[in-house]
Design a protein around this ligand. Sequence first.
Ligand SMILES: NC(=O)c1ccc[n+]([C@@H]2O[C@H](COP(=O)([O-])OP(=O)(O)OC[C@H]3O[C@@H](n4cnc5c(N)ncnc54)[C@H](O)[C@@H]3O)[C@@H](O)[C@H]2O)c1
Length: 336
Amino acid sequence: MNYYWVMNLPSSIKGKNVLITGGLGFIGSNLTHKCLELGAKVTIYDCLDPRSGGNMNNLGNIKSDIITILNDIRNFEGISSAILNKDILFNCAAYTSHPGAMKEPLIDIDVNCKGVINVLEAARRFNPEIKIVHVGTSTQIGKMQFDFVDEKHPEFPLDLYSANKSVSEKYVLIYGSAYKMDTTVIRLGNNYGPRSNIKNPDFGFVNYFIGLALQNKEITIFGNGNQFRNFSYVDDSILALIEAAQNEHANGKVFFAVANEQTTVAEIGEQIVKNIGGKLKFVPWPKERKVIEIGDAVISNEKIKKVLNWEPKTGLEEGLLKTKIYFSDKKKYYLD
Ligand SMILES: NC(=O)c1ccc[n+]([C@@H]2O[C@H](COP(=O)([O-])OP(=O)(O)OC[C@H]3O[C@@H](n4cnc5c(N)ncnc54)[C@H](O)[C@@H]3O)[C@@H](O)[C@H]2O)c1
């Protein structure tokens, strides 16, 4: 397919009514801040699940500038009423722990599959014109079968969270094709940055490393850390979500929004130590982690660059320093 014929459209989310499920979490709260900055009217819908990265402190000083609905995407009446009169829905609510999903498989399927169907059904019945941008994950592909991985790479996920994310992404696309709704999926890689869960190793490991570095503690890397990953600074990722929302050529499509370069886990550990603090320690893989480890993830961002004219802008050192600055006076809200 030739993607060159489409570029950014001169539309904007300014003045739009935006609903962000999971808006108290890492990705959703950064998105909330950016949407407000761009002049959108934002409503957050989030149940503040204690097993997630949801944190009221992520709102900082914008609490009174937005509407926050504390409710669950599994509550059909709740999400149906929240979706009314909205122009754009960013679906960032999810049960986001890979090991958590292995320990609590029924909760994961409940939130990440049934919850997504609930959101889609609410949109179909009560606001079918709404633009839906859903967040997928690069781990849906499982072990890499060729590089660079693109959107046509087969999906054989290795953990239940990734499997359920893979299925729910298909739901989003089915509602687009079967009901002619405007839906897009943006798959993200490993994100780091402000407002992340830096306390719990069961979420993104890079943010956990940053939390340890901020406390000048030892950072444990499993194995030799030689596996390549796509690490993205969160601001770049949320701009991909916003671009997908305002560009009609995103409809019906899946995109990887990942960094230009791959970095090994050991390298990111070294960069964190250099720019933030702590020290590295290499230990053997715990068995329960090894079985769900995907190995290298070398992913192409060519499609999103061509269709949406999106480009990651933040280098690793710059992103780590911005993250350090954000947390410097807020550690107590994230680590206590
Ligand atoms: N952070 C990453 O590196 C990354 C990478 C790939 C994909 N993603 C995807 O991005 C999205 C957001 O992830 P995140 O990192 O911000 O996670 P997070 O855990 O920080 O945030 C998830 C938010 O969803 C809320 N939530 C959970 N269950 C809910 C429910 N049933 N109803 C309403 N709200 C609920 C939580 O309270 C939390 O605020 C997810 O779909 C995730 O799969 C994230």
